[in-house]
Ligand binder design. Structure first.
Ligand SMILES: Cc1cc2nc3c(=O)[nH]c(=O)nc-3n(C[C@H](O)[C@H](O)[C@H](O)COP(=O)(O)OP(=O)(O)OC[C@H]3O[C@@H](n4cnc5c(N)ncnc54)[C@H](O)[C@@H]3O)c2cc1C
Length: 318
């Protein structure tokens, strides 16, 4: 027999844990799957970073892991039960939904919050792994203002709208920003292309791919290859920002809720409600625009309040 739960939360990043704090304090007794391997690690993306300088309440910044461990403790202190397992499937053909864990255990609930985040695509090089966090990042808004990037030459890898946004943001800190793009035209929208091309601090390097990240203790440059001529060159930069897309972790739903073309769960305007009643989505798995810890936490709060009201209205909390 499946275990019956009032509410199940999937994911333990800022969105899932904030939803857990709110649902626990509302006395709903949530069960949260913090994940294990799929779609990142327990605690989410901030577990992979050092200091977080833009989460409110920490004037001197806070270590990403410490922030997430504190959120977890706060959720547990209020009564949230946490399972260290991945969810392999959510069957969403009506209330109750069935949530299947990776060990094959089935749980049933009429309220489910999906907060499984998104994974940044990264270039698959050993040198990238070695220098990650030492000059390489996938988030200009998060890391662009760090002292190591100030008044330095920087690079953004990618050619879509996000790449242009990242480059434009970085012009506030770097002395110059190169955009490295594999083709001879950007994928970005026309407006964004013009923004990049007209910006005095942005230079686009066309038909170039990164072959290797250079440096030992910190990034000192990129080895580039020309996609037309095969010619190799070196570009000295102190920072490289990968803007080659994110993969939203929505595959456990097997297409049973509406998503956009990239797999981001579509939520109703000003809401975390999905196309399936009783199923809510919070954080980066439904947000291709802001992708920040505080916006993820905010939508986790919304999801818990909306789920509580929905469960109450339908008589599932009696
Ligand atoms: C290196 C780096 C630095 C960053 N720095 C900052 C910063 O300084 N400031 C800022 O605001 N933002 C920063 N961000 C962005 C921020 O981390 C994200 O916006 C935020 O973590 C999103 O929260 P989330 O809860 O939606 O998802 P995530 O943090 O991605 O968490 C998703 C969770 O879901 C779990 N999960 C996934 N699939 C499953 C499954 N099948 N079953 C069970 N669990 C699952 C994962 O284990 C994880 O716990 C940074 C991101 C990165 C990668």
């Amino acid at each position: 027999m499946p275990e019956k739960e009032k509410i199940i939360i999937i994911g333990s990043g800022p969105a899932g844990l904030t939803a857990a704090i709110y649902a626990s304090r509302a006395d709903i007794g949530p069960l949260l799957f913090e994940g294990f391997q799929t779609g990142g690690m327990p605690g989410g993306q901030l577990m992979t970073t050092g200091k977080v300088e833009n989460f409110p309440g920490f004037p001197d910044g806070v270590d990403g892991q410490e922030l997430m461990m504190n959120m977890r403790r706060q959720a547990e202190n209020h009564g949230c039960r946490i399972v260290t397992e991945d969810v392999s499937e959510v069957k969403c053909d009506g209330c109750p939904f069935t949530v299947v864990s990776s060990s094959g255990t089935e749980y049933e609930s009429c309220g489910v919050i999906i907060a499984t985040g998104a994974t940044a695509r990264r270039l698959p090089y050993e040198s990238e792994k070695k220098l990650w966090g030492k000059g390489i990042s996938a988030c200009a808004v998060c890391d662009g203002g760090l002292p190591i990037f100030r008044n330095k030459e920087l690079a953004v890898i990618g050619g879509g709208d996000s790449a242009v946004e990242e480059a434009a943001h970085l012009t506030r800190f770097g002395s110059k920003v190169y955009m490295i793009h594999r083709r001879d035209e950007l994928r970005a929208s026309k407006v964004m292309q013009e923004r990049a091309m007209k910006h005095p601090k942005i230079e686009i390097l066309w038909n170039k791919v990164v072959e290797e990240f250079l440096g030992d203790e910190a990034l000192r440059g990129l080895k580039l290859k020309d996609t037309k001529t095969g010619e190799l060159s070196e570009l000295p930069v102190a920072g490289a920002f990968e803007a080659i897309g994110h993969i939203p972790n929505s595959e456990i739903l097997h297409g049973c809720v509406q998503t956009d073309g990239s797999g981001y769960i579509i939520t109703r305007p000003d809401s975390t409600a999905t196309s399936v009643e009783g199923l809510f989505a919070a954080g980066d798995v439904q947000d291709s625009k802001y992708r920040q810890a505080v916006s993820a936490a905010g939508s986790g709060c919304m999801a818990a309040i909306e789920a509580e009201r929905w469960l109450q209205d339908k008589g599932h909390l009696a």
